[in-house]
Write a protein that binds this ligand. Sequence first.
Ligand code: NDP
Ligand code: 8X3
Length: 252
Amino acid sequence: MKTILITGATAGIGKATAYKFAENKCRLIITGRREKILNEVAFEINEKYKVEVLPVCLDVRKNEDVEKAVSGLPKEWRNIDVLVNNAGLAVGLNPFYDGVIDDWERMIDTNVKGLLYVSKAVAKIMIENRKGHIINISSVAGKETYPNGNVYCATKHAVDSLTNGMRMELLQFGIKVTLINPGAVETEFSIVRFKGDNQRAKDTYKGYQPLTGADIAEAIFYTTTLPQHANINELTITPSAQATPMIFHKKN
Ligand code: NDP
Ligand code: 8X3
């Protein structure tokens, strides 16, 4: 039975990914900052799929906590087969000259530094085991910058570049590395980006059918089903009505 570690499993893509792997009889380590929700997700998944779920309340921005959490995993949970680096966020949508420094720091600290902290801690185990698969959730924003997306786009470009580096450096240990670039997915993402402005968040998905977290979970899961000799390096998935981060075919 495979062990899957998913960061940011309290909502959206991460939560859907947890369900998808559980449905396929994997055991899960799930993380997130909101402890109550995290425990509820763990409980629901365990009830529904009868697989073991270990909730680990964690802020990926805190390297000491990340190191402690990973090195302190009980022996029977250390054999991690797949790491899904999903925790991430966009905060704000302003020209950089009106940017809020705290928003920038939250994005850089979570999307880039947090992903690195978790990857380093888990790679140590995977290197010892000479096996593993790291799946980094970037974005179409990591492929193409759009106006007012400045720092968010830069963090996802960094994830793109780091993924390539990880693949090169982990190749010798038989560890696979995959990049997933979703387009518009209706999750809590826009509520977070617009700081709780639910109407503005809703409007983001008006006039077309956005992806769901389950759509991305399906793709993530698929990349883990290939035989050891084959790897999907990168997948970009958008709604059928989206061509680039900015170009949508919307109906009024
Ligand atoms: P959600 O806001 O629905 O979920 C984000 C998850 O990340 C939550 O579980 C949240 O948990 C967790 N998270 C955020 N910050 C931290 C932190 N500091 N430490 C630990 N966990 C954290 O968004 P999505 O599911 O949409 O986003 C998931 C990933 O997908 C992100 O990396 C995002 O950039 C990317 N993405 C999203 C797209 C979209 O359109 N929705 C498109 C392209 C990429 P908690 O708050 O409990 O900590
Ligand atoms: C999230 C999608 O286009 O809002 O990464 O940046 S987008």
